[in-house]
Structures are given as C-alpha cells and as structure tokens.
Design a protein around this ligand. Structure first.
Ligand SMILES: NC(=O)c1ccc[n+]([C@@H]2O[C@H](COP(=O)([O-])OP(=O)(O)OC[C@H]3O[C@@H](n4cnc5c(N)ncnc54)[C@H](OP(=O)(O)O)[C@@H]3O)[C@@H](O)[C@H]2O)c1
Ligand SMILES: [Zn+2]
Length: 353
C-alpha cells in the first residue's frame, strides 16, 4: 500500500489512547491510501463495530497497547481504484471483506485454515481498518455483495456470523436432532449463533440480561433465560428434563464457564470464542471429564466458513440485526452503547455518508 500518492486526504477514526470513547476516539485527516500491487482501494460505505473495538480502547491482554490505532474489521464498500495485477474487480463493484490475511504457505493455510496461521493478521488491528472513508485491502479478500443485500447488512456479518458458523457448524457440528444453549444472545456473535442454531433446526435456548433483549431473542429460541434473575444452568437442566443441552456456545468466559459446563448433557460440548468477562475461570475440572464433556476452541472462521455464512445471508435465511446506523463522527456513541450493553445485534458506522 502506498499512502497518499495522489495527495488527497480522507477522514479516519483513530483510537488515540486508552479511555472513555468521547475522549479518545478522534477523527483525523490522513492521506488516502493508494492500492499497491494486488490490492484495491475501497470507498467504505459501512463498517460494523464489535467488542474487540471496545477492547482496543479499554485494554485487553491479547491486544497491543500502542496508540494511535486505526480500527474497523467488518466492512463493505465500493471498489474505488485497483492496483497492478488486479483483474477480477473493477471500480464500482460492491464488495465486503474477509478480514483475515494469512501467509498462504504454512500447513494451516494449505488446509484452508487461514485463522490458524501463525502469521494471521486482521484489518482494524494489524492493518488500518474500515472506520475510514477509504481502505486498501488485498483483492483476494474481497467478496461480491449480492444485489439484494444492502451495504449495512454486508458490513454487519463478516466476523460475527463467520465466527458463529465456526462455533456451531464447522467446529461444533450442531445437528438438527440436538439442543443448544447460546449465551449473550444479544451480542454480535451471540445473535448470529442464535439464528444459525435455529436455522439448523436444533432445539435452541438462549441467555440474555434484559427483558427487551429477551423479547428479540425469542424469535429464534424456545426459551430465553434472563441470567440476571436466575442461575441459567439450573433453568436449562429443568427445561431439558434433567438432561442438559448437547452444545453450549460461550463467548462470555470467566463469569459463565462453570454454569455453561453444568448446562451440558453428558457427552456435550462447549464451543468458545471469547473471554469478554475475563479469561481466568474458576472451574471444577471433574465437571468436564467425569461427564465426558468437551471444550472446543472456535475463535474465528476460515474463508469457507465466511462464504457459507454469506450464502445463507444472501438467501435471506439469516440476517444480522442492525441495532443502529451512525455516521463516522458519532462512532463514540456506538462504542458507548456496546460497552453499556444497550445493543441487540450490531452497530454499523457509515464513513461515506
Ligand atoms: N465479534 C466477533 O466477530 C468476534 C469474533 C471472534 C471472537 N469474538 C469474541 O467474542 C466475544 C463477544 O464479541 P461480540 O463482538 O459479539 O461482543 P458484543 O456484541 O459486545 O456482545 C457481547 C454480549 O455478551 C453478553 N455479556 C455477558 N456478560 C458480559 C460481560 N461481562 N461484559 C460484556 N458483555 C457480556 C452481553 O449480552 P447479553 O446482555 O445478551 O447477555 C453482550 O451483548 C468477545 O470476547 C470477542 O472478543 C468476537
Ligand atoms: Zn499460513
């Protein structure tokens, strides 16, 4: 990527320090990127926020504490310029972006497991992200947005639904004859997992933290448990006549691990992709091995997972819930809403608006 070769500037969100969204999210003018060989420049029309954006601002053990950062992982836009050697895309094409870039050569890349690659990198953390008017990305990472899918929707699913696909389908292997419990059902990953579990035809239970969220989640679940009112594991065991569920999807971590394990049937599996509440759970390991239970890491999906999720979205069988759409200069509101857990689904920012 050659930055600003044509001398034009663009607006881009910068996280300039750790702190409150209103204090540390700045929109700065920076040179517009030029696409290098094999790259395209996108005019970004929509970019979704996720919890990692909050972690990037507030600090997280797995995220580097170097500022400023240029966030924005889930994005969709229009091809604006193409670099040398790019034949498949032309200006005006509507696209979204598979957000991982890997080495293409290691044993994992050869198996198509891009996110297992030791050199796996991501837009919005390792590269400048899509919370900007323009972004340069490798042409190989683009996917055409079908005519019936709007750009906010195209930006709202790439990471959340791909991860959820990995958790439930390619990692967790959920079957129509099985039952599943989806935690944090209002979250980006949570509401994606909820819809996929329902689409698979499984018997679906969900947890969430407020009545208004439970009402929305109920569209895809047989029962929604407000875990702020009752221990969710006890309720799940009761609802399943003492058996427990075949699969629990847990992205919450420390606060929920033991109850998630205790919600499982004998031989059940817990798929995990996050540690929002902390990464150091206090668990009784006997509750895992004595009941033949398994814990599977499913932290993100590969390109096949991404495409599979995209096909369901293109057919309208599942759809990200867009809680709100904000212009670039109101990005702090989006951060605040996610942090305060006032969101069901996704917050989408429109840099081009
Ligand atoms: N977004 C992605 O694509 C992605 C990909 C890979 C991994 N992850 C990981 O998955 C986790 C969730 O990410 P996300 O983007 O889906 O987050 P999100 O949209 O902010 O959703 C998180 C949800 O978790 C629930 N929750 C329960 N306990 C919580 C706590 N102590 N703090 C905050 N939320 C809590 C809340 O739902 P209720 O009120 O309904 O309980 C909240 O809406 C993160 O740890 C993230 O790093 C995310
Ligand atoms: Zn590799």
């Amino acid at each position: 990527m050659v930055v600003g070769a044509d001398g034009r500037d663009m607006r881009a969100v910068h996280i300039v320090d750790s702190g409150a969204p209103e204090d540390v999210l700045e929109i700065r003018d920076v040179p517009r990127p030029e696409p290098g060989p094999g790259e395209v420049r996108l005019a970004v029309q929509a970019c979704a926020l996720q919890h990692a954006d909050v972690f990037a601002r507030t600090g997280h053990p797995e995220i580097e504490d170097e500022f400023p950062k240029r966030p924005g992982t889930e994005m969709a836009g229009v091809v604006d310029a193409v670099g040398d050697g790019v034949d498949d895309w032309t200006p005006g094409d509507r696209v979204n972006v598979y957000h991982h870039v890997s080495c293409g050569e290691c044993e994992f890349c050869e198996r198509g497991e891009q996110t297992m690659c030791p050199h796996d990198r991501k837009f919005g953390s390792d590269f400048p992200g899509g919370l900007a008017e323009y972004v340069a990305v490798p042409a190989d990472n683009l996917e055409a947005v079908p005519a019936g899918v709007d750009m906010e929707t195209a930006a709202a699913w790439p990471s959340s639904f791909t991860t959820a696909w990995r958790m439930l389908v390619s990692g967790g292997g959920l079957q129509p004859s099985e039952s599943a419990l989806i935690l944090g059902a209002s979250g980006g990953v949570g509401h994606a997992a909820l819809q996929l579990a329902d689409r698979i035809g499984a018997e679906v239970y969900a947890t969430t933290s407020a009545d208004w969220k439970a009402e929305q989640a109920a569209e895809w679940a047989e029962d929604v448990i407000d875990y702020t009112q009752e221990p969710f594991d006890e309720r799940v065991v009761e609802l399943t006549d003492g058996r427990g569920v075949d699969l629990v999807a847990d992205h919450v971590g420390q606060e929920t691990w033991q109850r998630s394990i205790d919600s499982l049937a004998t031989g059940g599996r817990m798929v995990i992709c996050g540690a929002t509440s902390g990464a150091d759970p206090d668990i009784d390991i006997r509750s895992v091995y004595q009941r033949h239970r398994r814990i599977l890491g499913t932290p993100m999906g590969n390109r096949r997972d991404f495409r599979a999720a995209g096909r369901l979205i293109a057919r309208g069988e599942v759809a990200p819930v867009i809680d709100r759409v904000l212009p670039l200069d109101r990005v702090a509101e989006g951060h605040r809403a996610i942090e305060n857990r006032e969101v069901f689904g996704k917050v989408v920012v429109t840099p081009g608006a």
